[in-house]
Design a protein around this ligand. Structure first.
Ligand code: NAD
Ligand code: MG
Length: 293
């Protein structure tokens, strides 16, 4: 049956099974995720803004980074040192727009890197207006009795602790009009059986968004979360899902396919821009149709 134009605009076929070691390279995926390189057109929504995007090398963070640069922002991206190849691609794309792209490799499991990353970004960019805390780790495990303390710690360190440390440091730089955006997940409100630890961390991010919106409102700093559904990215093929779930990944959504990172970029731009001046403490679902509440 033919879908609507929108449903067909992005890849809607089955995916080949494919496994990479975490954190993986999107440039080695089939198909390569669409992060908007060929499609995103800016319209000066973020001119003169300085942004740090974690996990900006690939997937959703890369789509946000490309969009921010095309909207006129200077950007810094952080990523795991094993992702240098993807990060270099992003740097080349951003610099083609005439914007600065600061590269900040490091492991967010290490205490200290999150604060160091924010300080380095602000120093290199000459300030900070936008903080997109998007880096995340997801490893599936069907049985809680097999959940290792190492996995539990890694997931919380990257998805929760580093987010708190980065915000603590960023508040030394963000001023009135500053915007923080967290990439949470539909898992934060509708957890799956095989993603116990991951889903807990994504709930933490939603809670943090709401409590900090209340705390930071008086400073004129906004904070919002994006809650994606199934998006075709490296995270999913590096242990995020069992291989048997890869071929039909996303096909159970109302739009019957996985989303591509490029389809999220406009929301990251909106939440960063001054057009969102009265939007804070909100969770924005981009799920292909599954309700987030
Ligand atoms: P991705 O693999 O392309 O990006 C995740 C990034 O996190 C990596 O590129 C890496 O740079 C960073 N990262 C992970 N572990 C790190 C570590 N130890 N140190 C430093 N950086 C580290 O995948 P993505 O799907 O674009 O993920 C971005 C965010 O989206 C994550 O927070 C993820 O939880 C969230 N999310 C993804 C989906 C999906 O279906 N893909 C759905 C909901 C939420
Ligand atoms: Mg990556």
């Amino acid at each position: 049956m033919q879908g609507s134009k929108q449903t067909n605009h992005y890849y809607s076929g089955k995916f080949e099974k494919q496994l990479q070691e975490y954190p993986g390279l999107q440039s080695k995926m089939t198909p390569v995720p669409d992060t908007g390189e060929k499609t995103y057109q800016g319209s000066d929504k973020l001119v003169h803004k300085k942004a740090l995007i974690t996990g900006g090398d690939s997937g959703i963070g890369r789509a946000a980074t490309i969009a921010y640069a095309r909207e006129g922002a200077d950007v810094a991206i952080s990523y795991h040192p094993d992702e240098e190849q993807d990060a270099q691609e992003v740097k080349a794309i951003v610099e083609k727009e005439g914007c600065t792209c600061v590269l900040l490799p490091g492991d967010l499991r290490e205490e200290g890197f999150a604060k160091h990353m924010v300080k380095s970004a602000a120093n290199a960019l000459g300030g900070l207006d936008l903080l997109v805390l998007n880096a995340g780790v997801q490893q599936y495990e069907f049985d809680i009795q097999n959940l290792t303390s190492e996995q539990l710690r890694d997931t919380f360190e990257v998805n929760v602790f580093s987010v708190v440390y980065a915000i603590q440091e960023a508040l030394n730089y963000l001023g009135e009009g500053g915007s923080i955006i967290l990439t949470s997940s539909i898992q934060g409100v509708k957890p799956s059986a095989h993603l116990v630890d991951y889903a807990m961390t994504k709930s933490c991010e939603i809670s943090l968004t709401k409590s900090l919106a209340a705390q930071l409102g008086k400073k004129g700093i906004r904070i919002n979360a994006v809650a994606p559904g199934p998006i075709w990215t490296a995270l999913q093929i590096c242990g995020g899902q069992p291989q048997d779930s890869i071929p039909e990944f996303g096909h159970n959504q109302p739009l019957q396919r996985a989303g591509q990172p490029a389809e999220l970029a406009s929301v990251y731009v909106l939440l960063a821009s001054d057009e969102a001046s009265y939007i804070t403490g909100q969770v924005y679902g981009i799920t292909g149709g599954a309700p987030i509440n």
